[in-house]
Design a protein around this ligand. Structure first.
Ligand SMILES: [Zn+2]
Length: 157
């Protein structure tokens, strides 16, 4: 579980230390259903933000299934299992949320949407992820994950 975010070299240092996602989709720590962590201060219009002093590094955890709610610090984010995560040939490809995954799928499928809200994050896509997603069936696994997770939140709200 821990490795999903910070362990095993699966995360990029820059990613974790300077840029913070506003919304992180995770599995509930109580009921394991899809749930969200939303930064308390970042405006809803932004997908991520730079480490600005005026933003508290706190996220609201909310589960619409079991109704668990709590406030957590950035350091506790790593204790949650990411929802948008898939293992493709021994490489874990992951995204903060389905919109981020949507961008990753576009890049890794050679149909990059350069105007995407997450386009800035292109620099942080691991080289391995390109290597592991060269064939159709692996790309399909990724796009299937995206479709599944988009629908998860649709049916929930
Ligand atoms: Zn729950």
């Amino acid at each position: 579980m821990y490795s999903s975010l910070h362990g095993g070299g699966q995360t990029h240092i820059k990613y974790a230390h300077f840029y913070f996602p506003r919304k992180i989709e995770v599995l509930c720590c109580n009921c394991s259903k899809p749930s969200t962590l939303t930064n308390i201060d970042a405006p809803t219009a932004v997908e991520f933000f730079i480490d600005i002093a005026s933003y508290r590094h706190e996220w609201n955890f909310e589960c619409n299934y079991c109704l668990k709610r709590k406030t957590i610090e950035w350091d506790d984010v790593k204790n949650f299992e990411l929802l948008n995560k898939i293992n493709i040939r021994n490489e874990t490809i992951w995204a903060w949320n389905t919109n981020h995954l949507d961008y990753l799928v576009s890049v890794l499928s050679d149909i990059e949407n350069k105007n995407h809200e997450w386009a800035f994050y292109r620099h942080y896509i691991k080289k391995n992820w390109f290597q592991k997603t060269k064939n159709k069936s692996d790309r399909k696994k990724l796009s299937d994950l995206l479709t599944t997770n988009i629908n998860l939140f649709k049916t929930q709200s």
